[in-house]
Design a protein around this ligand. Structure first.
Ligand code: ZN
Length: 133
């Protein structure tokens, strides 16, 4: 297993980690298999979506703010209930297939670490499994 560190700089932010994941896949030497990515946090997550137009990640963050506003009579006393809800909505893991040594992402897809209670230093776990031949 490999661990990445992601440093975020605002409370809510999507950080494109596609290049780091691609490098880890190249370094592993695995040509065909799967890459599991897992975020071990309760107020951050991970998702795959459009990386070409930066407006898309902003629209997603704004939509999540409407679903989970910062104040809404939450029971959780820590003041970050909205962060927990957003993390659950995006999820804490993604799987990407590896074909011929490359991540099998669509043309416009990027992998985003999703911060919902930053700025913080965060972790992403990565496990690459080689396909049996
Ligand atoms: Zn909390």
């Amino acid at each position: 297993m490999k661990t990445f560190t992601v440093r975020t700089s605002s409370r809510e932010e999507f950080v494109d980690i596609t290049d780091e994941v691609e490098k880890a896949v190249k370094d592993s030497g695995v040509k065909n298999g799967v890459c599991y990515l897992y975020v071990p946090h309760t107020t951050a997550g991970i998702t795959i979506n459009e990386g070409a137009d930066p407006s898309v990640k902003k629209d997603i963050i704004n939509a999540l703010k409407k679903i989970a506003p910062s104040q809404a009579g939450y029971l959780h006393m820590e003041g970050n209930a909205d962060s927990h809800i957003k993390a659950t909505l995006v999820g804490s893991s993604v799987i990407v297939l590896i074909e011929s040594g490359n991540l099998l992402l669509g043309q416009w897809q990027s992998i985003f670490f999703c911060e919902f209670d930053g700025p913080r230093t965060r972790k992403v776990y990565l496990k690459i499994i080689k396909e049996e031949e």
